[in-house]
Design a protein around this ligand. Structure first.
Ligand SMILES: [Zn+2]
Length: 309
């Protein structure tokens, strides 16, 4: 088997090609989408040149956002064969529908994490499940030791407390969060940790629809009385922001709640599998590979040239 990072993560085995989160689909090749964040969805997903597969949650969000209704469903824990490739999807804990892929061809097994969160969240099927593999392709968004996130349960409590205080002092607080995944996490935590009415922007309502029944989200687009507004683009300066990147912010209303593994989480994924070889992708891929090498792991950032594995 061979691997490179060009049109997404590309695998080649016996002349056949498998594309993981490609920028564009390719005629004659199968494309797998790990989750519905736009940087992982092929630009031509609504008119694909080849077969496209994703989990039910991912397909539902993509259908809603891009009008793509030809995605074939890949179920967790179910093997699917494409020519010489055999693929299993595992929950990634990142957003609803997110999955990693275990790919077998010949005697080698490769696991691609996609974006991954070992701690999971309130609007995902499960925390990440990471199977054993010979080769690991691991995301490294926060692959630098400066990224160590506080306990997410504590961050949720702090968000809830801030909202309750604002509402009790007569204000209607606004929370800004990414449109896909994070907004729904915020709605879920507000539903669960407060009794404040949750209002959402029209865009957030549209994207939240596939999450709504699955995770029992309660929100409205036309609030009356005291409420908190969740939007992905706030027009007021006194908004709270919820993102992992808020870790170093000094603003009181910035809350570091992340959908990704932090540095320790990534290290524990690698050490838990103890693969022969590791390739890092996205974010701090150079730095993370260097850290792993220091600890004796055969790691390198995945580049554009084919590598035999
Ligand atoms: Zn993502």
């Amino acid at each position: 088997m061979r691997i490179r990072y060009r049109n997404g993560v590309e695998l080649s085995c016996g002349g056949e090609r498998l594309l993981l989160d490609p920028m564009r689909t390719v005629r004659g090749s199968v494309s797998l989408i790990s989750h519905a964040h736009s940087d992982h969805v092929p630009r031509d997903v609504d008119r694909p040149a080849g077969r496209v597969l994703a989990t039910e949650g991912t397909a539902a969000i993509i259908r809603r956002r891009y009008g793509a209704d030809g995605i074939e469903i890949l179920h967790y824990n179910e093997g699917v064969e494409f020519g010489r490739f055999e693929v299993h999807a595992y929950p990634a804990g990142h957003i609803y529908g997110s999955s990693g892929f275990l790919i077998n061809c010949g005697r080698k097994a490769v696991f691609y994490t996609g974006d991954v969160n070992p701690l999971g969240g309130l609007t995902v099927e499960s925390p990440a499940r990471i199977p054993k593999s010979d080769v690991l392709v691991v995301e490294s968004t926060y692959g630098h030791p400066k990224y160590r996130f506080p306990d997410p349960h504590r961050v949720r409590m702090e968000i809830a407390r801030w909202v309750a205080e604002e509402v009790s002092s007569g204000k209607s607080p606004v929370i800004e969060a990414y449109l896909v995944g994070k907004s729904q996490e915020v709605i879920a935590l507000l539903n669960r940790y407060t009794n404040v009415r949750v209002a959402v922007s029209q865009r957030v309502a549209e994207v939240s629809e596939p999450f709504k029944g699955r995770f029992g989200l309660d929100y409205t687009t036309s609030p009356e009385g005291p409420h908190v507004l969740v939007t992905h683009k706030a027009r007021v300066r006194e908004r709270a922001r919820v993102t992992g990147w808020a870790l170093f912010s000094r603003r009181k209303q910035d809350f570091p709640l992340s959908a990704h593994a932090d540095f320790d989480g990534l290290v524990s994924i690698v050490m838990g599998i103890n693969p022969e070889r590791v390739f890092t992708v996205y974010g701090y891929s150079d730095e993370f590979a260097l850290w792993l090498k220091k600890w004796g792991v055969d790691a390198e950032p995945l580049g554009g040239e084919w590598v035999n594995i």
